[in-house]
Design a protein around this ligand. Structure first.
Ligand SMILES: C[S@@+](CC[C@H](N)C(=O)[O-])C[C@H]1O[C@@H](n2cnc3c(N)ncnc32)[C@H](O)[C@@H]1O
Length: 226
């Protein structure tokens, strides 16, 4: 076992990925999920886009689109390029696709139900990758393999922009711990403090690191270059 594997296997997390249950729970919540984005995620989404270095005309991938609020920001900013989205939940992916096509009929967009751990794209397909609030839902081993997938499908010197749930507030952390125990497939558990080390271990260089708070909900925005 190498040092990285030792580090992740010592994390206090559920060993097996909860992917099946996660897909079912997010499938059921697809219609109401936009509220969560509006109250807790939209400010971090805006900061992530601003810090990402995205330029119109790129091939852009968003992993784990949820109900598509960030995806539509990306499509608007990349109206001359191609914007691809994926989510484990078919209902989330369908909702994202429908709304993006309705709002931006002329834009090149595509969204489908795909597991981020095994993405059906050739190496170096994308100029930029975005991924917000996904790693909390993956097992430690899957976080590492998903980061390796990001590296594989991103072109050289392309940017990976991630948003994680912040761990900088003791009360919030305590509440989150309880929520994560009650419904692990929906809330997952906080991993933000350990992720920068993992990003660097798969040979990304962190360019931007910012904490954003919205309605008491802390987020950490990271931009890393391959
Ligand atoms: C907390 S939500 C975040 C949604 C959105 N990114 C946002 O910023 O609001 C997590 C999303 O990750 C998706 N997800 C969970 N595991 C996944 C996986 N292995 N591959 C792709 N998507 C996954 C869920 O279906 C859900 O839509």
């Amino acid at each position: 076992m190498n040092r990285l594997e030792e580090t992740v296997s010592s994390w206090p997390v559920a060993g097996a990925t909860l992917a099946g249950r996660t897909r079912r729970v997010y499938d059921r919540l697809a219609a109401v999920y936009p509220l969560s984005t509006m109250f807790f995620h939209s400010r971090a989404h805006r900061c992530a886009l601003g810090a990402s270095g995205l330029r119109d005309g790129m091939n852009v991938l968003e992993v784990a689109t949820g109900s598509g609020e960030m995806f539509r920001r990306l499509v608007r900013a990349n109206s001359g390029g191609m914007t691809v989205g994926l989510d484990l939940s078919p209902n989330m992916a369908a909702r994202t696709q429908r709304a993006a096509r309705r709002k931006f009929p002329a834009a090149r967009t595509h969204c489908q139900a795909v597991d981020a751990r095994h993405m059906p794209f050739r190496a170096e397909t994308f100029d930029a990758i975005f991924c917000c609030y996904l790693l909390e839902l993956l097992s430690a081993e899957d976080i590492v393999s998903t980061l390796c997938e990001f590296r594989r499908v991103l072109r050289d010197r392309g940017n990976l922009t991630m948003v994680l749930i912040g761990q900088n507030t003791a009360t919030f952390n305590a509440v989150y711990k309880v929520l994560g125990k009650v419904a692990p497939a929906f809330w997952g558990r906080q991993v933000e403090r350990r992720v920068p080390e993992l990003i660097e271990s798969v040979r990304f260089e962190i360019l931007h690191d910012e904490v954003v708070v919205q309605t008491f909900y802390p987020s950490r925005v990271l931009v890393a270059r391959k």
